[in-house]
Design a protein around this ligand. Structure first.
Ligand code: CUA
Length: 326
């Protein structure tokens, strides 16, 4: 009974990366396919087990029974057990191929295009139509078709947000596509699903599905310039100075509109709006940012962001500056 309740408890609860509760058409078509195949498998299981039990009971050894007669070949049986699985395979193959074609990423009319670029170990999201570049948190409007065109800046990664649909690889110098329409507002978690080096497991992302007003507000915010330096608190102004200091290397990799033009790391123009940093491994709070800046290689092994020799005061100032970028 205890075991049973444990097993049934495993089916309840909130699993952010469950494929069994799809929230987009792409995920739903895969879920439907999964259910179709599941019921075919149940049918095959029941028939095979019934035949097995029948043979075990009907032909079991009985005291005094004569040895069974040996037979060689039975054309009817052999044709039947070749044809039956072939028919089952056809019933599985047709919906499978249909689903593959339906989800192969041909962008529907009026889709919002998002370019996804995989990096070791973070995600870049660009909205060419809107002129927005962000990282690790992709905002999309609910109900509108989204067309992802994906590539990689280095090695092969794989985009997988299980609630939205299946995974698809991101390859350098190639473009792969996913199209989906999210059907409910909320946060969908995802992660890289192709081993891509030391911090593969730390390459997470979030898809924020907003209602159309929320998405428009987010987009407007992204398009606005970051707060001007003289509007910042005194601490944040010191952070800006530390950020700009070439010796600290920040500006070599990161972009902040009007401040730095780096392209190797995530665009930080509006980093203060994001809920997590470092590709989803730390909360975007003073504590999380402090830990990250203090020692990126410990938080994310192999991280390309170097450990910079900063005093605790300088880190606190830089954290205040980054959180002001809203
Ligand atoms: Cu990127 Cu694994």
């Amino acid at each position: 009974m205890g075991l049973l309740s444990l097993v049934s408890a495993a089916c309840a609860g909130d699993f952010p990366q469950s494929t069994l509760h799809p929230t987009a058409d792409f995920g739903e078509s895969i879920d439907q396919l999964y259910r179709t195949i599941f019921w075919w498998a149940v049918g095959v299981f029941v028939l095979v087990e019934a035949a097995l039990l029948f043979v075990i009971l009907r032909y079991r050894d009985r005291p005094g029974a004569a040895a069974p007669k040996h037979v060689h070949g039975n054309t009817l049986l052999e044709v039947a057990w070749t044809l039956a699985p072939a028919v089952v395979l056809v019933f599985i193959a047709v919906p499978t191929i249909r689903t593959i074609f339906r989800t192969d990423g041909t962008p529907p009319e009026g889709a919002l295009e998002v370019e996804v670029i995989g990096h070791q170990w973070w995600w870049e999201f660009r909205y060419p139509e809107l002129g927005i570049t962000t990282a690790n948190e992709m905002h999309v409007p609910v109900g509108r078709p989204i067309a992802l065109s994906m590539t990689s800046a280095d090695v092969i990664h794989s985009f997988w947000a299980p609630k939205l649909g299946g995974k698809r690889d991101l390859m350098p110098r190639r473009t792969t596509r996913i199209a989906f329409t999210a059907d409910s507002v909320g946060v969908v978690s995802g992660q890289c699903a192709e081993f891509c080096g030391e911090s593969h497991a730390n390459m997470r992302f979030r898809v924020m599905v907003d209602d159309s007003a929320g998405f428009a507000a987010w987009a407007a915010r992204q398009l606005a310039p970051p707060p001007p330096g003289d509007s910042l608190s005194e601490l944040a102004q010191r952070g800006l100075a530390a950020f700009r200091e070439p010796r600290n290397q920040c500006i070599a990799c990161h972009r902040v509109e009007g401040v730095a033009q780096g392209v190797l790391g995530p665009d930080l123009t509006h980093v203060g709006i994001r809920t997590t940093i470092a590709s989803g491994i730390l909360p975007n709070t003073p504590e999380g940012l402090t830990r990250w800046i203090r020692d990126p290689g410990t938080e994310k092994p192999g991280s390309l962001m170097p450990r910079v020799n900063l005093s605790e005061e300088e880190i606190a100032a830089m954290v205040a500056y980054l959180l002001s970028l809203r």
